[in-house]
Design a protein around this ligand. Structure first.
Ligand code: C2E
Ligand code: SIN
Ligand code: SIN
Ligand code: FE
Ligand code: FE
Length: 343
């Protein structure tokens, strides 16, 4: 805590400093020049300012106005010293933002009590401000913890789904990274690519609702079984529906729409073009490319170039051409991701 005293009269300055010191135990910083005093306060901050009214260069009103116009000094208690009878001067000072007055000739007991009170007021102010900052920090930390917990839950939900799914963890990782690469090459922000990395692994969470004899069948599915299998998109949407979490909303959108096709021939709703949410359009490319390129209980793995050719051939039919373009533009990413996440 500091006290600043500004008075052009050397005797008054000394007297006021002695009173302040004896009242508070603080050695005040003294200025006989208001301009220098103001500059010091602006640089160092102040906890209590005592300022004379009549001074050359800058009077008490101008000084207080300048203090109140300085963001770091707006709430510092400022006491103006006036001669008795100057009631118009005091009224104006109050309007500008003076906190209190001291009158000359001085009553030393009264002055000491007032200075002590004002300094206590300041102390309480500082305490409140520190406490507010402390609370804000606590809220920030708590929010961060919630976000981490949310990610944690999402990862576990994906893991639960993977346990039932004959598709491998490698597939989940690869398709999520392909999806992020497509998003980046479409010019989407990095935050969106990161969200895809977390949300895309849940695209087939609806397979939790698919009966084992269908999910685990080692040959082609018959038409009825295919109908049952296709329900996984709608079921995934229901598992992830109705959430405030932006990440889960994205996961829901992906689970629901990753088998929609750009020309409207997909499922479950037959959405067309940009009716299909961006996440669904991106994951369609990533998922099918990796499915083609992987061994499934019902099919052999396709060679890399044939898988890529399939994606390009179906641009505008199964897939959003912008997503296909971005996928091809990120071909080096695709190769690196494939090498990084083997089956
Ligand atoms: P998945 O194996 O991950 O395949 C995802 C998507 O990749 C498929 O969606 C399809 O669009 C494409 N895809 C995969 N393999 C081939 C292929 O050999 N040829 C072509 N043209 N496209 C392919 P789809 O068809 O809606 O299937 C969704 C999921 O249903 C598949 O995910 C898989 O888990 C299952 N499924 C589909 N057909 C069969 C099947 O005949 N037998 C079995 N056991 N499961 C199947
Ligand atoms: C985007 O590219 O940022 C979204 C527009 C779209 O739905 O394709
Ligand atoms: C598939 O689901 O087998 C791909 C069909 C298509 O050409 O869009
Ligand atoms: Fe799927
Ligand atoms: Fe998949």
């Amino acid at each position: 805590m500091n006290i600043v005293i500004v008075d052009d009269n050397a005797v008054n300055l000394m007297l006021m400093a002695a009173l302040a010191r004896s009242a508070t135990g603080i050695e005040p910083v003294r200025f006989d020049d208001p301009v220098a005093g103001l500059a010091w306060c602006r640089e160092h901050g102040a906890d209590l300012i005592v300022v004379d009214f009549m001074m050359p260069g800058m009077d008490g009103h101008q000084f207080i106005q300048a203090v109140r116009d300085t963001p770091r000094l707006v709430d510092v208690p400022v006491v103006m010293v006036t001669a008795t009878g100057q009631s118009a001067v005091r009224r104006k000072a109050l309007e500008i933002g003076a906190t209190d007055f001291l009158t000359k000739p001085v009553d030393s007991t009264e002055i000491k009590l007032r200075l002590r009170n004002l300094l206590q007021l300041r102390q309480a102010q500082n305490l409140l401000r520190d406490r507010a900052a402390h609370l804000a920090e606590e809220v920030r930390v708590a929010t961060e913890a919630i976000v981490l917990r949310e990610r944690d839950l999402i990862v576990r939900l994906s893991r639960a789904a993977e346990f039932r799914d004959p598709e491998t963890g490698g597939h989940i990782q690869r398709m999520a990274h392909y999806a992020a690469s497509i998003a980046r090459h479409m010019g989407e922000p990095e935050s969106y690519a990161q969200a895809l990395l977390t949300a895309a692994p849940m695209h087939d969470v609806g397979k939790l609702g698919t009966p084992d004899h269908i999910l685990l069948k080692s040959g082609r599915l018959d038409p009825d079984e295919l109908v049952e299998m296709h329900r996984h998109a709608e079921i995934g949407g229901r598992i992830l529906a109705d959430t405030d979490s932006p990440l889960l909303r994205l996961a829901c959108e992906i689970a629901e729409t990753h088998h929609e096709k750009f020309d409207g021939s997909g499922y479950p709703r037959g959405l067309q073009g940009e009716q299909i949410p961006l996440g669904g359009r991106i994951v369609a490319v990533a998922d099918v490319f990796d499915a083609l390129n992987s061994t499934r209980p019902y099919k052999k793995a396709w060679p890399l170039d044939e898988s890529r050719a399939y994606i390009e051939e179906h641009s505008g039919r199964h897939f959003d051409p912008r997503c296909v373009q971005a996928f091809v533009a990120g071909w080096n990413d695709v190769l690196a991701i494939r090498a990084r996440f083997p089956d």
